[in-house]
Design a protein around this ligand. Structure first.
Ligand code: HEC
Length: 118
């Protein structure tokens, strides 16, 4: 009886928390997929700010390969821009929010790592 109560409690807990976090490798794969599907159109495959959609933007995305920007920018700021959008830190509104990633911090971390490697 007690075991059953514990099992029910665990099920409820899992349901309340949503999907369990992905392992690092799976998180990196998910981040690479998101980068290709949601980011490359503006930022370009290598993050140079030269995606096909960038031409149409009034404010161009920066070159993520810029060493000074990499050095002066906190991981937490990159993560915030990704999840809450550019406007959350005073950047252009065309940098949209990705609210679905709010519950996937491990994928956001992997996206930040990906940007760090560009
Ligand atoms: C519709 C075009 C567009 C898409 C799609 C897009 N971005 Fe952006 N992004 C921008 C623009 C434009 C800026 C620059 C805003 C500014 O400098 O005011 C920006 C800025 C950023 C910044 C902040 C850079 C800084 O100056 O601090 C990060 C980080 C970023 N984008 C990551 C991403 C990621 C990751 C994705 C995919 C999930 C993505 N962006 C998708 C247009 C886009």
């Amino acid at each position: 009886m007690r075991n059953r109560a514990i099992a029910v409690l665990m099920l409820v807990t899992v349901a309340a928390c949503g999907d369990p976090p992905l392992a690092p490798e799976a998180a990196r794969a998910a981040a690479a997929k998101i980068w290709a599907e949601r980011c490359v159109s503006c930022h370009g495959v290598n993050g140079r700010g030269d995606g096909p959609g960038a031409k149409l933007l009034p404010v161009k995305p920066r070159n993520f390969g810029d060493g000074a920007w990499q050095r002066d920018t906190e991981d937490s700021r990159i993560a915030q821009v990704i999840v809450d959008g550019g406007m959350s830190v005073g950047l252009d509104r065309n940098m949209a929010a990705n609210p679905d990633l709010r519950t996937k911090p491990e994928v956001v971390t992997a996206l930040v790592e990906l940007i760090r490697g560009l």
